[in-house]
Design a protein around this ligand. Structure first.
Ligand SMILES: *Cc1c(COP(=O)(O)O)cnc(C)c1O
Length: 383
C-alpha cells in the first residue's frame, strides 16, 4: 500500500500522500463517497466492495496517507481508538495467551486489559515504567504493549531496548503513539512493529470525530481487517473524509502545539502556585534525554500539579475562561482535565499515586491559540 520511494517530508506527505494521480477535471479534494455498497460482477466473490470491509475510496486514500506518514507497509482506519487497540490485541492474542503491558496507560486501555482480556482467557501482566520487561516474559507472551508519551504523566519509554527484547523472543512491540503523532515520533523507526493512534485526537485535530488507526506490516493489518470484518467497528465515510481533511494540517498544528507547550511548561515550572510540571521537553524531566533521541518535538500535552491538592486544582479548573474543561485532547482548542475525574477515575488514590498522578494533577492539551492568551488564562486561574 505504501510507496516506499516517497522521500518527501512529513508536511508534504500529510497533504499529498495516498491521493491517486489525477487527470484534468478530477476534483482536488477526495470526494466523500457515502455509498455503503458498490456494484459488482454477479458471477464472482472477488473484489466485493462494502463499507465495513474498508475497501471504499475514502478509506483507501486515508490508509495510504497514514502508512506514508508512519513509514509502514500498510495502515487501517477503524471506528475509534479503542477499536484499533482491541482489534490489534485480538489479532495477536487469544485464549491461553499472555500480554505484557506498561502499567502507565490510557485509562480505557487499562480497563480493556484488566476486564475484557481475562474474560477471553488472555492473561495480562503490567510492568512499571522503570521495570524489567524481560523478567516478566512468559513462554506464552504474544505481545508487548506501551504508549509514547505515556498518559497522563508524559513519561517517555525508551522503545529501542523494548523492541530488542521483542525481537529476541519473536514477540511484536505495539505502541500507542496518540500523544506523539507521526510528526513528533515514528515508532517504526525505533524498532516498534505496530503503531496505534486514537485518530480522535491530533490526527483529526478538530474534536469533531471519533477514529482509530493501526499501522504496521501488511500481514498484521490484514489480520486486523479480518477482525474488523467479523467484530464490526468500521469507519464511516463521513468520518474518513473529515479525518483526511484534518491530517492535511497535522504538521503545522503539531509544530505550533510543540512550541506553545514547551513555553508554557517552562513558565509553569517557575510559578509559585505549581508544585511540579510534567513535560518531556523540560531538562529536569526523567526521560528528557530519551525524548530528545526518539522525538522530533516534545508534544502538545503537559501536566502540572497545583499546590494545595485536588481542592486547589478544582478551583483553578473552575477559573479557566479560555481553556475549556473537557476530556479528550489533541484539538485546535486547549482542553484541561483532571485525570482522577476522567481517564483514571476507575482507580483508587493509591493506584493513582503509583502511576504518578498526585493530588492536584491537571492535564493540559495545548491548542493552537496564541501563547500569550493561554498564559494569561493560566495566570488568572492560578491566582
Ligand atoms: C483517547 C485515547 C484512546 C482511545 O481512543 P478513542 O478514539 O477515544 O477510542 C487510546 N489511547 C490514547 C493514548 C488516548 O488518548
Amino acid at each position: 500500500m505504501n510507496d516506499r520511494s516517497d522521500k518527501r517530508g512529513p508536511s508534504t506527505r500529510a497533504v499529498h500522500a495516498g491521493v491517486p494521480a489525477a487527470v484534468q477535471g478530477d476534483p482536488v479534494v477526495t470526494p466523500l463517497v457515502s455509498s455503503a455498497t458498490f456494484y459488482n460482477d454477479p458471477g464472482t466473490a472477488e473484489g466485493l466492495k462494502y463499507a465495513r470491509y474498508g475497501n471504499t475510496p475514502n478509506h483507501e486514500v486515508l490508509a495510504a496517507k497514514l502508512a506514508a506518514l508512519e513509514g509502514s507497509d500498510a495502515a487501517i482506519v477503524l471506528g475509534s481508538g479503542m477499536a484499533a487497540i482491541s482489534l490489534t490485541l485480538l489479532a495477536f492474542a487469544g485464549s491461553g495467551d499472555h500480554v505484557l503491558a506498561s502499567r502507565q496507560l490510557y485509562g480505557g486501555t487499562l480497563e480493556l486489559l484488566t476486564t475484557e482480556l481475562p474474560r477471553l482467557g488472555i492473561g495480562v501482566d503490567f510492568v512499571d515504567m522503570d521495570g524489567r520487561w524481560s523478567e516478566a516474559l512468559r513462554p506464552n507472551t504474544r505481545l508487548l504493549y506501551t504508549e509514547i508519551p505515556v498518559n497522563p504523566t508524559l513519561r517517555v519509554p525508551d522503545l529501542r531496548p523494548l523492541g530488542a527484547i521483542g525481537r529476541e523472543h519473536g514477540i511484536p512491540l505495539i505502541v500507542d503513539a496518540t500523544f506523539a503523532t507521526p510528526i513528533n515520533c515514528r515508532p517504526l523507526e525505533h524498532g516498534v512493529d505496530v503503531v496505534i493512534h486514537s485518530g480522535t485526537k491530533y490526527l483529526g485535530g478538530h474534536t469533531d470525530l471519533v477514529a482509530g488507526v493501526v499501522a504496521g506490516p501488511e500481514a498484521v493489518i490484514d489480520e486486523v481487517a479480518l477482525k474488523r470484518k467479523r467484530f464490526g467497528p468500521a469507519a464511516d465515510a463521513h468520518m474518513l473524509w473529515l479525518l483526511e481533511r484534518g491530517i492535511k494540517t497535522l504538521a503545522i498544528r503539531v509544530e505550533r502545539q510543540n512550541r506553545t507547550a514547551l513555553a508554557l511548561a517552562r513558565w509553569l515550572a517557575d510559578h509559585t502556585a505549581v508544585d511540579a510540571v510534567h513535560y518531556p521537553g523540560l531538562e529536569g524531566h526523567p526521560d528528557h534525554q530519551v525524548a530528545r533521541e526518539l522525538m522530533d518535538g516534545f508534544g502538545g500535552m503537559l501536566s502540572f500539579v497545583v499546590k494545595g491538592g485536588d481542592g486547589a486544582a478544582l478551583d483553578v479548573m473552575r477559573r479557566f475562561e479560555l481553556i475549556a474543561v473537557a476530556p479528550s485532547l489533541g484539538g485546535v482548542e486547549s482542553l484541561a482535565s483532571m485525570p482522577r475525574y476522567t481517564s483514571h477515575a476507575g482507580l483508587d488514590a493509591d493506584e493513582r499515586r503509583r502511576l504518578g498522578i498526585d493530588d492536584g494533577f491537571i492535564r493540559l492539551s495545548v491548542g493552537i491559540e496564541d501563547e500569550a492568551d493561554l498564559r494569561a488564562d493560566l495566570e488568572a486561574a492560578l491566582g
